[in-house]
Ligand binder design. Structure first.
Ligand SMILES: C[S@@+](CC[C@H](N)C(=O)[O-])C[C@H]1O[C@@H](n2cnc3c(N)ncnc32)[C@H](O)[C@@H]1O
Length: 662
């Protein structure tokens, strides 16, 4: 669109314009408080006087396609060719991608040429798998017969670089025969190419490695060529038996350890119910699975998004993207947040019939165990998530309902509801959009990618999108969390960063963490953003931030047989080995603890060295051991423990989405 306001972030201006155009606006808005549910609220907004008497001209939504144009594609291709000639391979590759993404879907011949050109740039960048995929795509699109020998030569050279000799021979042979079709190729060049190919074939046929590779393939029954794909393998969802759900009046639903859970253990692997990539990453990451890809597949309709593979493109085309082509830029340019976009994508990723069918069956009082039994695709799996309806002001409800109305208007623009749906049913879908906006506010997770520069060793977590995980959304917060989250594509992995005894809560972290912010700062944020008062140990005991953690005491655990487990603080220069616990009056022998501290010093150095040399899986195991040993005799918070936990978290992040900045 553009709205007739014609500016970026126009939704906020639209709201202000609406506000200024109506007399007693605030009093009028207050009336939304009389509505008992979301359906009444969207009805209220639909009949709000400023929106019905013709003043809503400001929000005329138009579907907007970006960039599908043969002329633009040609321009990019020519620029790409210039960059290629100048041996600027990376620049050429990016320009060819732009050209390919801009090509209208029916320009099959041009697609074939651009992909072939991109494969040449990829070959020079030594990205052989990517080059192979592009060459095969190009052949599928019908690369010109008289030039096909060039692609076979490139295939042969890519396989040679990959040390796959049987396929190198195969494609040099194909190159030789296909030169018969190369009518315009001068005889001298033909003969030169022929000689090179024959020499390579002869040499490789005699090479024992070729025979060995062929024998292995035959023995294992492997295909001549393994189909290449850069898509990530489908991950299996998993929920550990070591966790169970519980709930109480003050904390709602939350998770407990069903049995002792070890540090490092994976307790949840979950795919999102819905995920939305940030606009900024739309041309570099797959819109469907968020994988970064050098050789994207274009959307057939628009130039706004790309996919990592044909599989992801088809998945998206089947559900949401069919409707979002052209309205995606409309929504982003409105200034709507990623949550607003997710509210809409929840609607487009399931059928309208599904929402209408479940509409009257939404049960607000489901327990977490009941929720787990709802099929994964069913909207009721997420419909019950916390919305804090009672804490919302009239103005907040009004603004959310206005956004829901805008999202529905976008869908109407692309004729999402067809002719059959009556206005009452559309209102119900609008009420669902309003519900989505409310629960997303408290339940969305930011999908991350780890950015690392090998050159200066810097690491940074970059947020690339938002996603909703139905099971993870039932975890409560602690400022001293039990888990770390990392992502593979959009799939989330949850792993323990400390041991938790059976029966105790397992919490994640919503942002404020005790090592970095004071209790007052954390509590203020949590109250404001999530509407609760945190009662985690770090808050109850007012643990200091990392830089203020005392270094002049050692915090031992009381190991009396009465399982007192209280903290015994001892100065490092204490000469007694038997120390009295102030809570239970029993004595604890701290010798074992002092020995642990000596042992961990050495282990910490080894773990850090493994981390610094990039051996993250070995470093991870060392940090797991360290935390396990420390937890047995010492009581957090103390600096060494915090540092080990931080490194353990960083090791896990290296298992997830990763981008090398160099
Ligand atoms: C993502 S949900 C977590 C699951 C939620 N308890 C439920 O019943 O669905 C976030 C909401 O849970 C509640 N919550 C999270 N952590 C809490 C805590 N430590 N103490 C009390 N309430 C908490 C708050 O109401 C918060 O807005």
């Amino acid at each position: 669109m553009s709205s007739s306001l014609g500016e970026r972030n126009y939704f906020a201006s639209y709201y202000v314009q609406l506000k200024n155009s109506i007399e007693n606006f605030d009093e009028e808005v207050e009336k939304i408080d009389q509505c008992k549910n979301d359906l009444e609220r969207v009805r209220f907004v639909e009949s709000f006087k400023g929106l019905t008497d013709g003043r809503d001209e400001a929000l005329q939504i138009r579907r907007e396609f970006h960039g599908k144009s043969a002329a633009t594609a040609l321009d990019y291709k020519e620029k790409g060719n210039l960059a290629f000639k100048a041996q600027k391979w990376l620049e050429a590759m990016v320009l060819y991608t732009k050209s390919y993404v801009a090509l209208p879907d029916d320009k099959v011949n041009e697609k074939s040429i651009v992909l072939a050109n991109r494969s040449a740039a990829l070959y020079h960048l030594e990205k052989y798998d990517e080059a192979l995929i592009d060459i095969k795509r190009s052949l599928d699109y019908g690369y010109p017969k008289d030039l096909i020998y060039k692609l076979y030569e490139r295939l042969a050279r890519c396989y040679m670089a990959k040390k796959d000799y049987p396929n190198t021979i195969k494609y040099f042979k194909l190159m030789i025969t296909s030169m018969d079709d190369a009518k315009n190729l001068p005889a001298s060049r033909k003969s030169q190419l022929n000689t090179v190919a024959m020499t390579m074939i002869k040499m490789l046929e005699r090479d024992p490695r070729t025979t060995k590779q062929m024998e292995i393939r035959k023995k294992k029954g492997l295909p001549e060529e393994v189909p290449l794909s850069l898509a990530i393998a489908d991950e299996k969802e998993f929920i550990s038996d070591a966790i169970r759900f519980d709930e109480n009046r003050s904390e709602g639903r939350f998770v407990r350890a069903a049995s002792d859970v070890k540090v490092g253990e994976e307790i949840l692997v979950e795919k999102p119910f819905v995920a939305v990539l940030l606009e900024k990453f739309a041309k570099t990451h797959c819109e469907n699975c968020f994988i970064r890809t050098a050789i994207p597949v274009a959307c057939p309709n628009c130039a706004d998004v790309v996919y990592c593979s044909e599989k992801c493109q088809k998945r998206a085309a089947k559900s949401y993207h069919k409707y979002e082509c052209g309205i995606l830029p409309t929504i982003w340019s409105s200034g709507a947040s990623v949550n607003c976009h997710m509210a809409l994508r929840i609607l487009t990723s399931r059928s309208v019939e599904h929402f209408l069918e479940v509409y009257d069956k939404i049960d607000e009082k489901l327990t977490a165990d009941e929720i787990q039994k709802i099929p994964k695709d069913d909207y009721r799996r997420i419909a019950h998530l916390v919305r804090h309806e009672d804490e919302r002001t009239a103005s907040n409800f009004f603004q959310h309902a206005l956004m829901a109305r805008f999202l529905i208007k976008c869908l109407k623009t692309v004729n999402y509801f067809g002719e059959k749906l009556n206005s009452e049913d559309i209102l119900k879908i609008e009420a669902i959009a309003l519900r989505n906006l409310q629960f997303l506010q408290f339940n969305t997770h930011e999908v991350a990618e780890l950015h690392k520069s090998q050159r200066d060793g810097s690491e940074k977590t970059e947020f690339i999108g938002g996603a909703l995980y139905p099971t993870l959304a039932l975890f409560n917060h602690s400022c001293d969390p039990s888990v770390v989250r990392y992502y593979r594509g959009t799939t989330i992995h949850i792993n323990m960063v400390k041991p938790v005894e059976a029966g105790l809560q397992i919490c994640e972290n919503y942002g404020p963490i005790y090592t970095q912010e004071t209790r007052n700062e954390r509590q203020a944020k949590l109250k404001d953003l999530y509407k609760f008062e945190c009662c985690c140990d770090a808050c109850l005991e007012n643990w200091p931030t990392f830089d203020k953690l005392p270094t002049d005491v050692i915090r031992f655990r009381c190991d009396a047989p009465n399982k007192c487990n209280a903290v015994i603080e001892v100065p490092p220069n204490c000469n007694d080995f038997m120390v009295k616990c102030l809570t239970c009056n029993e004595s604890t022998n701290i010798l074992k603890g002092l020995k642990v501290m000596q042992d961990t010093e050495m282990m910490t150095r080894t773990a850090k060295r493994l981390y610094d040399t990039g051996d993250y899986s070995k470093a991870l195991n060392k940090y797991v051991d360290l935390i396990k040993i420390m937890s047995e005799v010492l009581a957090p918070p103390f600096p060494d423990y915090c540092q080990c936990q931080q490194f353990l978290k960083d090791c896990f992040l290296h298992l997830g989405n990763f981008y090398n900045l160099d």
